[in-house]
Design a protein around this ligand. Structure first.
Ligand SMILES: [Zn+2]
Length: 498
């Protein structure tokens, strides 16, 4: 629950928008401020595409302001060094004991989404929020500190894109330095403020605890499921960073699920399959389609003729939500976008089957689809709804076992037991003879059936000792010996004449 001792509010000022009027997204997007399209590391053209952001810490003394008034020179580094026992003479921040908490916070957003945060060590000390990031010069996200409003209340504030500079209230340095929960006080402050910098306003919920709520909550660590979903809306899932940033939008760029052995299932996206918005700080397996422009391809390999089941389950969960100051109402993040699933042949170009049987929220399934041979096949996920939808994909494979000729009892080996089935039904019609004894399927048990067994005699996998046939009864032992006689006779007849 919310810490009672410290009434700690995050603040997101320095924007002109008064109240968000956006449609419900769960996460509340910042209207009027586009997400990052241009950063020091490059450009992108639309939501759902990955972005690289640099972050860094401004030199102490850099003018810190909230966009309107100056808060004085930054004193963040000095405060951090004092509180975390850092070395004030060490200029390389990466060697300071507090550096890792900053790196972890930005790294967490990178783990769960198409974002890549990189540390930028340089900063020329320009006044806060006055210049865009430039590689080797200053970060996209510049972090400073100043006295904001004394102990508690505002902990920090952050600009919306595409400025996103961050200010920590150094009056709260003792709160940030508290080591409880692996420094979750500082971690959740940083990940929350970074969330504003990514384009999110505050959200309130009375059913679930979320990172972007206005007051800090240290019962969890980092972005929760709704925030992961929001990051995917803007910047795509982590697979959009694969293939050098080209993502997995074609069969040639498909993300491989590997070889799926007989009677096994390969799954992806499972960390979003949770009963509420709570996610582990170690969870990284989140996938989604971001919008109608996104298509996700997965490859999987089967080693032989198989049947495949593919299940596409939309995820996100049900919870209450509203923008700050609103009254939370029920929201179903699992039914945001209507998903469609296609299975592709090994060329990645020929669709084998497409399913879109259900509206948003429904599980789309391809069941018992016959794959005629081993090889690498593909599955793709698309949506006709222009918003983000988390999902999981499960691909289950069953090998098609070709029957072994002559293996009448189906134990995987052609042996005496199979001969006995022939001989026990010898010279009879079907029925009454056992149809198993008629592999030639001519409704009569005769020499053609015997030849099928003999031609394949001793093939297959011999039964293990424990599974060996029971000791034959005297009557069947006689027939078995007769069978062996026939077998030997056949072999002798097949020798070349001497
Ligand atoms: Zn905030």
């Amino acid at each position: 629950m919310i810490k009672a001792i410290i009434v700690a509010l995050y603040l997101a000022p320095a924007v002109l928008v008064l109240v968000t009027t956006s449609v419900a997204h769960g996460f509340i997007i910042e209207n009027g401020a586009s997400p990052w399209l241009n950063t020091a590391s490059g450009s992108r053209t639309a939501n759902g595409q990955p972005a690289t952001l640099t972050w860094g810490i401004v030199p102490d003394g850099t003018d810190v302001n909230d966009g309107f008034i100056s808060l004085g020179g930054s004193d963040l580094i000095a405060n951090l060094n004092t509180a975390f026992s850092g070395d004030p003479l060490e200029a390389d921040h990466t060697l300071q004991p507090w550096f890792g908490f900053f790196a972890e916070a930005f790294g967490r957003w990178s783990e769960v989404s198409g974002l890549t945060y990189l540390y930028e060590p340089n900063d020329t000390g320009l006044s806060f929020a006055s210049a865009a990031g430039a590689l080797g010069v200053r970060a996209d996200v510049r972090i400073g500190g100043a006295s904001v409003d004394g102990l508690s209340d505002t902990l920090a504030f952050n600009f919306f894109p595409d400025n996103s500079d961050m200010v920590l209230d150094t009056d709260d340095i003792s709160f940030f330095a508290d080591g409880t929960g692996e420094h979750v006080n500082l971690g959740n402050t940083l990940t929350h403020e970074a969330g504003h910098g990514l384009g999110f306003r505050h959200v309130v919920s009375d059913t679930d605890a979320l990172l972007m709520e206005p007051s800090i909550n240290t019962d969890f660590d980092g972005p929760q499921l709704d925030e992961v979903r929001g990051a995917h809306f803007y910047y795509g899932d982590a697979l959009e960073k694969s293939n050098g940033g080209l993502g997995n939008n074609t069969a040639a760029l498909a993300h491989s699920l590997g070889t799926i052995e007989d009677a096994t299932t390969a799954s992806i996206g499972v960390d979003a399959d949770t009963p509420d918005q709570s996610i582990s700080p170690d969870a990284t397996d989140f996938i989604s389609v971001s919008n109608t422009g996104d298509i996700d391809y997965y490859a999987f390999t089967v080693t032989e003729e198989s049947t495949v089941d593919i299940e596409l389950k939309p995820l996100g969960g049900q919870f209450s939500q509203s923008g700050e100051g609103g009254i939370p109402s029920p929201f179903d993040a699992s039914a945001r976008a209507d998903l469609s699933l296609t299975l592709w042949d090994t060329d990645g170009l020929t669709p084998l089957v497409t399913v879109d049987a259900l509206p948003a929220g429904g599980i789309e399934s391809i069941l018992d689809f016959a794959l005629p041979a081993g090889g690498e096949y593909f599955a793709s996920i698309t949506t006709t709804t222009d918003t983000v939808q988390l999902y999981r994909l499960d691909v289950s494979v069953e090998s098609v076992v070709e029957p072994l000729p002559g293996d009448l009892d189906g134990d995987g080996f052609v042996g005496i037991d199979d001969l006995n089935i022939i001989l026990a039904n010898w010279n009879q019609s079907v029925p009454p003879a056992d149809p198993l004894a008629d592999p030639s399927d001519d409704k009569f048990i005769g020499i053609d059936d015997l030849n099928i067994v003999l031609a394949n005699f001793n093939t297959g996998t011999p039964p293990a000792l424990d599974d060996a046939a029971p000791v034959p009864e005297p009557g069947t032992l006689g027939t078995a010996l007769f069978a062996i006689y026939l077998l030997l006779s056949r072999k002798v007849l097949d020798y070349p004449a001497r």
